[in-house]
Ligand binder design. Structure first.
Ligand code: MLT
Ligand code: ZN
Length: 459
């Protein structure tokens, strides 16, 4: 449907709802809200509206639905697929003021957090209560809980705890009609029909606006230990990953890097190389659990074939230093210019062959391009980042994602479809599935104002 620009009457209504300080329409201020983190996608927004409560979110949505104005919900704007930025003059609904964290409830080890709470703030609250939040990712200081629910964020510990969906016990969300659905009671067992947390988690703001989440917390491990393992090739890296999964009792993270990526991070951030001789592939493994973690990690790594060198860390500062090699990939690659970020999962047995194959494929298509492979080897999720290709040139994206689908993988492991992968969703979803998804969208968002053009082709 065509959407009208922000009319004076709607602007007045929005100011009445949230107050004049929270309706921003100066382009010099709103421009940053309409540009995604990668810099690959930039547009414009009619206004940024910042509600301070669930009731204000509901009133804003009713006003926008009445005026036929499209709304893009936005959290910390750390998304990588243009799913949370207005590109065509839509209104941006910024949820960052919903930043209240209720006291941690110790009996069930759960907490209720507003959509605008950052991951780092949530982790601090969990830690102060002697607990931990299971999802962690590099954008923790900016990424918000609402956005993480909307995208079913994955991150570093999926292999142990599952993604955001596995942490979400309850949700409160607002439909474009203004109706508030869901509950925050924290019931682990509740078979009373359609499960809103399951449906809304990963729906990328197309069905409802998440305002609060009820989240499970996990015990804080007593000890951590980690190691970088140098290996010779992709097949060995996948073999080492499998061996760690099978025999390491406290496995907390298994990540993958290549010599090129580690070299780029070292050059960009001025870090010393982790090994005396550069390793073609590096597996990062972290274990966390009851006392004796280092001994158990050393015993496991000691009998795995194919590990040519190791760098070990136990103390927090040294662990943070080793994690920098992996976590700084995003930042280091971004400094080369807008990257094509293809976030894919392969079935375990297909991963080893896919890694060299995808590099060769990209180089064949665009000899001038650079391919950066890194990711969460433990769960089969590899981030194929390509630099040196025009932002609007989708040929490499198409070829890589077709290869992923042929190998039985997913074209989006954790970042979502957004707009960046809209044209490729058919590789993973049948026409019947897409029709069913559109029917759900129509039922929950009859006005069609929530994030149109995101996730659903033609929707
Ligand atoms: C990561 O694993 O570092 C994130 O998904 C971000 C990225 O893909 O750049
Ligand atoms: Zn990732």
């Amino acid at each position: 449907m065509p959407f009208a620009p922000l009319a004076d009457a709607l602007r007045r209504a929005l100011v009445d709802i949230v107050g004049p300080a929270h309706v921003l329409d100066d382009p010099s201020i709103t421009g940053g809200f309409a540009r995604d983190w990668t810099g690959r996608f930039a547009g414009s927004t009619a206004a940024v509206v910042r509600p301070g409560s669930t009731a204000e979110v509901a009133a804003v949505l009713v006003a926008c639905a009445g005026a036929g104005v499209a709304v893009v919900p936005q959290g910390g704007n750390t998304g990588l697929v243009a799913g949370g930025v207005a590109l065509g003059g839509e209104l941006t609904l910024s949820l960052t003021r919903l930043d209240h964290i209720a006291p941690v409830e110790p009996v069930s080890a759960q907490v209720t957090a507003g959509a605008g709470v950052t991951l780092a703030a949530l982790r601090r609250a969990a830690s102060a209560a002697g607990l931990d939040f299971a999802v962690d990712l590099a954008a923790r200081d900016t990424a918000t809980i609402g956005g993480m629910v909307a995208t079913n964020a994955g991150g570093l510990h999926v292999i142990r705890y599952g993604p955001m969906r596995a942490q979400l016990v309850g949700v409160e969300a607002v439909l474009s009609t203004g109706a508030v659905i869901g509950d925050l009671r924290g019931l682990l067992k509740d078979n009373t029909g359609y499960h809103w947390p399951s449906l809304l988690c990963g729906s990328e703001g197309t069905l409802a606006v998440v305002t609060r989440a009820r989240l499970r917390l996990v015990p804080r491990p007593a000890e951590h230990a980690m190691a970088l393992l140098a290996v010779a090739d992709a097949a060995t890296a996948v073999g080492v990953t499998a061996a760690l999964r099978h025999s390491l009792p406290d496995v907390h993270a298994i990540e993958l890097m290549t010599a090129a990526g580690v070299g780029l991070v070292c050059d960009t951030l001025g870090l010393p190389p982790p090994f005396a001789r550069p390793a073609p592939f590096v597996v990062l493994v972290e274990a966390a659990g009851a006392p004796g973690v280092l001994e158990r990690l050393a015993a496991t790594v000691g009998v795995i074939a194919g590990v040519d060198d190791t760098a070990v860390a136990v103390e927090p500062d040294r662990r943070a230093m080793l994690w920098r090699y992996r976590e700084a990939h995003t930042e280091a690659i971004a400094r080369l210019g807008p990257a094509h970020k293809l976030d894919v999962t392969l079935p375990g047995p297909a991963l080893g062959a896919f890694l060299p194959e995808v590099s060769e494929l990209v180089t064949r298509l665009r000899p001038e391009a650079r391919v950066w492979l890194f990711g969460h080897a433990g769960d089969g999720n590899v981030h194929v980042n390509v630099t040196g290709v025009e932002a609007g040139d989708d040929e490499v994206d198409a070829a890589v994602l077709e290869l992923v689908a042929e190998r039985g993988g997913s074209i989006s492991a954790e970042h979502g479809i957004g707009r960046a992968k809209l044209a490729f969703l058919h590789l993973n979803r049948t026409p019947d599935e897409l029709a069913a998804m559109r029917a759900v969208k129509r039922a929950l968002d009859p006005a069609g104002i929530l994030n149109p053009g995101v996730l659903l082709p033609g929707g």
